[in-house]
Design a binder for this molecule. Structure first.
Ligand code: SF4
Length: 339
């Protein structure tokens, strides 16, 4: 028997990956609203930052708008998982919109912190990306108290009223390591800087980055399924390259994979952002198998069990509709017995 040439091609599949509890809740909110009220249901901004999810909900009757003023008066509007400033709720009230708030509870927690520290007259340094919807929403809670710090290099520009009364908060979907670096530089400048009561970068962001860090050093290339405007997906690609992958690519669909990315690669890492349904990852696995990467090993660094219940305002209406249906059934049954 001749010598066997080892030409092993494999995929390392990160776990956890994909949908987080906040995204799952937001997507379900739109789906349930469509079932309950019927289309159209308006959604302010992309419900979550994923092209495929948005297109799927659009096909079911959701209409995505940028601002409340595009929503006809009296209609139903869902606010996205990234959160909104209080003025957006007020605009909805003025237009008599029925608003359902799908803001992730972990974003709401940061809003609450912002309100609390502003009420205590702190200067709040919000670490985050300029223009990101979540940052706009959180800043709207206390615009006079919040200044944005967009990465470590922005620290030099920070000025505060009283260096003994400053706190930092952050966007939920940042790079954990880069944020630590920003905080470190802030602390050197402001030694009395107060930290948030608990981590603002959410469990899903940190866990997905940890899993990528664990597999990236063994990977020639890491593919991240996620959309370009998804902050947590972008961070996964960066973390992969920083952790040792030769290259990292962000793709919405398997069809975007270019053959040259896989040339000479023996190990491909695969993960997905927190707003990505797992079907899209499975499609990438199918395509990789066709290219000879049929062996798949999962790299697990955490087990996630968190779930969030649907927004109260929606649950209330679902309950009322269920009660009305039960009443109708009972009345029909009573009618049948009498006849
Ligand atoms: S990424 Fe984190 S903050 Fe954003 S929706 Fe998911 S759990 Fe919530």
């Amino acid at each position: 028997m001749g010598a066997v040439t080892e030409n092993r091609k494999r995929v390392l599949l990160a776990k956890p990956r994909g949908y987080c509890a906040g995204v799952d809740r937001a997507v379900q909110t739109v789906e349930e609203a469509l079932k309950l009220y019927g289309p159209p249901v308006y959604v302010r901004k992309q419900i979550v930052h994923n092209k495929h999810v948005v297109a799927t909900l659009q096909a079911q009757g959701a209409i995505f708008v940028e601002e409340n003023e595009e929503v006809p008066e009296g209609s139903i509007v869902v606010f996205s998982a990234h959160g909104v400033a209080p003025e957006v709720h007020e605009q909805a009230r003025v237009r008599a919109l029925k608003a359902i708030d799908a803001t992730c509870p972990l974003v709401t927690k940061v809003h609450q912190e912002a309100r609390r520290f502003a009420a205590e007259d702190y200067d709040i340094l919000l670490i985050g990306h300029e223009g990101h919807e979540e940052v706009i929403g959180t800043t709207g809670e206390a615009p006079a108290h919040i200044q944005l710090v967009d990465g470590p290099d922005a620290v030099d520009k920070v000025t505060v009223r009283d260096p003994s009364k400053v706190v930092w908060l952050s966007q939920t979907t940042l790079s954990v390591d880069e944020t630590l670096e920003t905080v470190d530089r802030l602390k050197r400048k402001l030694p009395l800087l107060v930290s948030p009561p608990s981590d603002d970068i959410c469990y899903a962001t940190s866990n997905r980055q940890e899993a990528v860090k664990a597999m990236a050093p063994s990977c020639d290339v890491v593919l991240v399924v996620g959309s370009q405007n998804s902050s947590n997906s972008q961070r996964l690609r960066e973390v992969a390259v920083d952790a040792g992958a030769r290259a990292g690519y962000l793709i919405d669909y398997a069809s975007e994979i270019k053959d040259e990315w896989l040339e000479g690669a023996s190990t491909v890492g695969l993960t997905s952002g927190a707003s990505v349904p797992d079907d899209l990852v499975m499609e990438v696995l199918d395509l990789l198998a066709e290219r000879g990467f049929g062996e798949v090993a999962e790299v697990t660094t955490a087990d996630e069990k968190l779930t969030f219940s649907l927004p109260q305002e929606l649950k209330r209406d679902m309950k009322a509709a269920a009660a009305a249906r039960a009443g109708e059934v009972a009345a029909l049954a009573a009618g049948a017995t009498q006849s």
